[in-house]
Write a protein that binds this ligand. Structure first.
Ligand code: FDA
Length: 502
């Protein structure tokens, strides 16, 4: 048996993990959260916790010599990325050949780096993707609970219509409407009252100072300020940072033993220890959770894990693209980093698309309309365990993006035709118009009802639970964190009732 023991361990501290930690703590279960990244609460030499997006330093990315931003060039010039010192920075880009996946690292996971868009999926599409989940319960109880807990709010529409900070959104909306396309307002977890005070010059700027991607110093209700703060306040939950789980095995007499490596800021492993637990909750995200379980199954540590572990991965059909506007359609040098509008063409019978109107705050007028399109792509990838590197490799080929690129092209060709505009060729490298080589929305790998039962209990391993985005089968049609949170609320409620009561 391991020297350290806790009744429950949660791996990771993103959305699923944070829900698990809070609900376990409230149920009176002593819980240890293990997070491989830092706790982001201490200002650096410049007085700020996070670095600026346009002036990245070591805090920006996870052990890199150079930043790897999604937009690599501007006017074909290599001006976006910077040399940095290796450090446990907040954003990671995990490369699997043709597909790179952006993920957050630190206490709060993706909530530290993301754009805060808090979108509830369409009910009909939710039911199509997760038919075994009772939609009535989700839409009446768990989605509202998740939105309340996450602090979701809406931009004031009168302010939106008048402020220079959302001119870029209004210009894109006008162009969409000209093409006969509908737009919708999208809620966010960024505090819009705070943003208005930023605009009025009353408080330090964050969203209005170009901050996103490498963290927000103010305004954003990331998980460390919501679920995880509440979890710690139960007095039952502790969080261990810079602690990466490497291996999981069964403990004699039930329960699990984890091998955990603790590192310093140079990345050097300073301690390797074992922690035992009665119940284990995997919230390391689609990539992290799937890799841990795949490794456990393939090395023979947990041979009873289901063959579906590793299957059913998708990127939510993500494609990024940009249009060049006419000189009279200025998008503004000043742009809020928090998106609030989407083009909703999900009813399109051939090419459903939900495209977020994304900011590109560069502090100068650039006439660019940027979009992150979410498309309905039926292709799925699978992870395989590579013994030589002891890691999971994603099988995903470039050709699997074709349905996404076709859908995005259909929508944005229509927008360009209606407005006599063209695409931008200078932003993604290689004169490409569609950036289909990365995603912000990794989903699947341990799909609900296949690798697990209908509530995230891993098949073949009693007391082992999956709580994060790896449960969602590859697509959800909108930005995913509200769904991941609501699903975790639903599953944790059931697990605590049925499995922990005894
Ligand atoms: P999540 O990835 O949040 O957390 C996993 C945690 O586990 C991480 O902190 C990681 O460091 C840790 N971990 C991994 N392996 C580990 C190990 N072996 N040991 C210990 N810890 C480990 N979504 C949305 O709804 N609206 C939006 O606006 C955006 N925008 C956006 C922008 C950008 C730049 C990104 C990268 C992502 C988004 N997203 C988004 C996506 C959203 O952030 C994402 O879907 C969720 O964070 C996923 O939540 P999970 O709980 O699955 O894991």
């Amino acid at each position: 048996p391991a020297a350290d023991r806790a009744p429950a361990v949660v791996i990771g501290s993103g959305y699923g993990a944070a829900v698990a930690a809070l609900r376990l703590g409230q149920a009176g279960v002593r819980t240890v959260v293990l997070e491989m990244g830092r706790l982001w609460d201490t200002p650096g030499p410049d007085g700020k916790i996070f670095c600026r997006t346009i002036e990245p330093d070591q805090r920006s990315m996870w052990f890199r010599n150079r930043t790897e931003a999604p937009l690599s060039t501007f006017l074909w010039l290599d001006v976006v990325n910077r040399r940095i010192d290796p450090y446990p920075g907040v954003l990671d880009r995990v490369a699997y050949g043709d597909m790179s996946v952006y993920v957050g690292r630190g206490v709060g996971g993706g909530s530290l780096v993301n754009g805060g868009m808090a979108v509830t999926p369409r009910r009909d599409y939710f039911s199509e993707v997760l038919p075994q989940v009772d939609a009535a319960g989700m839409y009446e109880t768990y989605f509202p609970r998740a939105r309340r807990m996450l602090g979701v709010n809406d931009v004031d529409q009168a302010w939106f219509e008048s402020t220079e900070w959302y001119r870029f959104s209004r210009v894109s909306r006008k162009h969409a409407h000209r093409a006969g396309l509908g737009t919708v307002f999208v809620p966010n977890v960024y505090d819009f009252d705070y943003m208005r005070r930023e605009a009025a010059g009353e408080v330090p700027k964050s969203a209005l100072a170009g901050e996103v991607l490498y963290g927000n110093n103010h305004g954003k209700r990331s998980l460390d300020k919501t679920y995880l703060a509440d979890a710690l306040a139960t007095g039952k939950v502790t969080i261990e940072t810079m602690s990466r789980v490497r291996a999981i095995r069964r403990e004699a007499g039930g329960g699990y033993v984890l091998t955990v490596e603790r590192s310093d800021d140079t990345g050097r492993v300073v301690e390797t220890k074992e922690i035992g637990c009665g119940r284990l909750f995997l919230g390391a995200g689609s990539l992290g959770t799937t890799e841990l379980l795949l490794r456990a199954r393939e090395t023979g540590a947990l041979p009873d894990l289901h063959p579906e572990v590793g299957q059913g991965w998708g990127h939510n059909g993500n494609v990024m693209t940009a249009r060049a506007n006419h000189l009279w359609d200025t998008v503004g040098a000043r742009q809020s980093t928090m998106p609030v509008l989407g083009i909703d063409d999900w009813n399109n019978p051939v090419h459903p698309v939900f495209a977020e109107i994304a900011p590109l705050p560069m502090g100068l007028e650039h006439w660019i309309s940027l979009y992150l399109a979410i498309t309905k792509n039926p292709e799925r990838g699978a992870f395989v365990y590579d013994a030589a590197t002891d890691s999971a490799k994603l099988n995903w080929t470039r050709s699997q993006n074709e349905p996404s690129v076709d859908a995005a092209r259909s929508l944005f060709d229509r927008l360009n035709r209606a407005n006599s505009t063209i695409y931008r060729y200078d932003l993604f490298g290689g004169n490409r118009v569609f950036a289909d080589d990365f995603t912000y929305h990794p989903l699947g790998g341990c799909v609900l009802g296949r690798a697990t039962d209908g509530y995230g209990r891993a098949k073949g391993c009693p007391g082992l639970y999956v709580v994060d985005g790896s449960l969602v089968p590859g697509s959800i049609g909108v930005n995913p964190f509200v769904t991941i949170t609501a699903l975790a609320e639903r599953n944790m409620e059931r697990i605590i009732q049925e499995d922990l009561a005894a």
